[in-house]
Design a protein around this ligand. Structure first.
Ligand code: UDX
Ligand code: UDX
Length: 447
């Protein structure tokens, strides 16, 4: 099939690459000329494991192109995906201006019976809104709108796209549903379940899925707090409850709170939609509040530990903290709503000097962080630090030489906010260990 994808972000690029690898002819269109130029020169604008290889292969085979030209390329498309950004609006709702702009821009160029697919996460009712825009802008007959939410996790987006748990298709009519079934027939052949429903249901499925996963994380984070008080271990508790098939082991990893481009904005979007429709979502509202508090609480815990260790009143002004991991999760360079942003800003507000290292997010960090010493390796970041705070569980951190880190530090606090290490691996090198949902283990002060 001839497919156009509007938006060459994490979702648009992955969708385009995945569809091109299934023998479709795909054009990925973005308004950002620099991004398109980079892609045409074989450079990836984002870090997503494996995506570069699939894109290169599909481009070489002539099945994937990148352009800024909407008019020429939408004209021949049977299916046009909208995969543009849907950030939070100032009132907590969703800013749909990119979706509306994209719909308006494709409208006049759509061919007869073209299917416009909303891939971006949008509130219930958006497909209806896009239909209304197309009714006034589209000159062709029989254009229809479908909601087909993505469930991609950054870092494993390609795998999630190629091996989905399910494909959700919300269509107003049989034509839209049939075209989507045809497009996804290779997945149907592999027995991936299809959920055929209305656009509003499809839109809500995406919000409800993300909110439910965020709620699981919020729940286990609260249990982690209790574990710390009772001398428990949240890892054992999570495994113990997760093996109940009704609960499931996934998304029960306690940590610094969820971040990223989806959970924070989608939980806010669902809470806002609930209020707007007179069906508030208090559970989700609490999950949002608890998550935001959690990131602040982490910074407070670090500050408290630094103050306890030093008797001088100026200690906090002179304190240095090394942050290990800036991206909101491993295997991505994305720092949108990352816990690191909140933690660093709170430490800096208290006068703490912050150094940091992330294996892939340094370019984004440079654009987002002021006055943070961005270091080329963890050892450099740890030099003269009073505390290390690990916020992202990159596997390369697991291979660190803890003795070497301890030797270069000034203080001895190691905050492992992803439980990446066993306490003994840290304690053995003279450092104090502060994990999540496990009791802190601190060396006795020297006489
Ligand atoms: C986006 C949404 O934010 C998310 O909610 C949804 O589930 C999937 O799409 P992402 O791919 O991460 O996620 O967005 P982003 O990285 O912001 O990329 C969007 C791209 O669209 C940008 O490259 C932007 O230049 C482009 N764009 C935006 C257009 O090409 N045309 C427009 O009119 C607006
Ligand atoms: C999420 C959804 O998983 C995906 O289906 C949707 O389409 C987009 O949003 P993403 O945000 O890319 O994907 O990553 P995810 O792996 O879900 O992690 C989100 C956040 O939750 C990260 O900050 C991660 O560290 C955190 N998390 C995840 C936990 O703290 N504990 C867990 O057990 C799982």
């Amino acid at each position: 099939m001839e497919v156009a994808v509007i938006g060459a972000g994490y979702v648009g690029l992955t969708t385009a690459a995945c569809l091109a690898s299934h023998e479709n002819s795909v054009t990925c269109i973005d308004t950002d000329g620099a991004r398109v130029a980079a892609l045409n020169a074989g450079r990836m604008p984002i870090y997503e494991p494996g995506l570069d290889v699939v894109i290169e292969k599909a481009a070489k085979a002539g099945r994937l192109r990148f352009t800024t030209d909407v008019a020429t390329n939408v004209r021949s498309a049977d299916i046009v995906f909208l995969a543009v950004g849907t950030p939070s609006a100032a009132d907590g709702g969703v800013d749909l201006s990119q979706i509306e702009a994209a719909a308006a821009s494709i409208g006049p160029h759509l061919k007869s019976r073209a299917v416009v697919v909303i891939k971006s996460t949008v509130p219930p009712g958006t497909a209806q809104r896009v239909s209304a825009i197309l009714q006034t802008r589209a000159s062709a007959d029989g254009v229809t709108v479908v909601s087909n939410p993505e469930f991609l996790r950054e870092g494993s987006a390609l795998k999630d796209c190629q091996h989905p748990d399910r494909i959700v298709i919300g269509s107003f009519d049989d034509h839209g549903a049939a075209m989507m079934r045809k497009l996804y027939s290779p997945f149907g052949a592999r027995n991936v379940p299809f959920v055929m429903t209305t656009p509003a249901n499809a839109e809500l499925i995406k919000y409800a899925a993300n909110a439910f996963l965020a709620m699981k994380i919020g729940f286990i984070n609260d249990i982690a707090d209790l574990c710390e008080k009772i001398g428990g271990d949240v890892g054992d508790v999570a495994r113990g409850i997760g093996l109940d098939a009704r609960i499931g082991t996934a998304f029960l990893q306690a940590g610094p709170g969820y971040g990223g481009s989806c959970f924070p904005k989608d939980t806010r979007g669902l809470a806002h939609a609930g209020k707007a429709h007179g069906a508030p979502q208090p559970l989700v509202e609490l999950v949002i509040e608890r998550n935001e508090n959690r990131m602040r609480k982490i910074a407070r815990r670090v500050l408290d530990a630094l103050r306890i260790k030093d008797s001088e009143s100026t200690a906090r002004r002179q304190a240095r903290v090394a942050i290990f991991g800036l991206a909101f999760k491993p295997e991505t360079d994305d720092m949108r709503d990352a816990p690191s942003l909140t933690v660093i800003s709170m430490l800096q507000k208290e006068g703490v000097t912050v150094s940091a290292h992330d294996p892939h997010a340094m370019a984004n960090a440079r654009a987002l962080l002021d006055d943070v010493e961005l270091c080329t390796c963890p050892y450099e970041a740890a030099k003269d630090a009073d505390a290390i705070v690990l916020l992202t569980e990159w596997s390369s951190f697991r291979a660190l030489d803890i003795g070497r880190l301890a030797g270069t530090m000034r203080g001895q606090s190691f905050f492992d906010y992803r439980n990446a290490f066993k306490p003994n691996e840290i304690l053995a090198h003279g450092l104090d260990y502060f994990g999540v949902g496990r009791p802190a283990q601190v060396h006795a002060p020297a006489e």
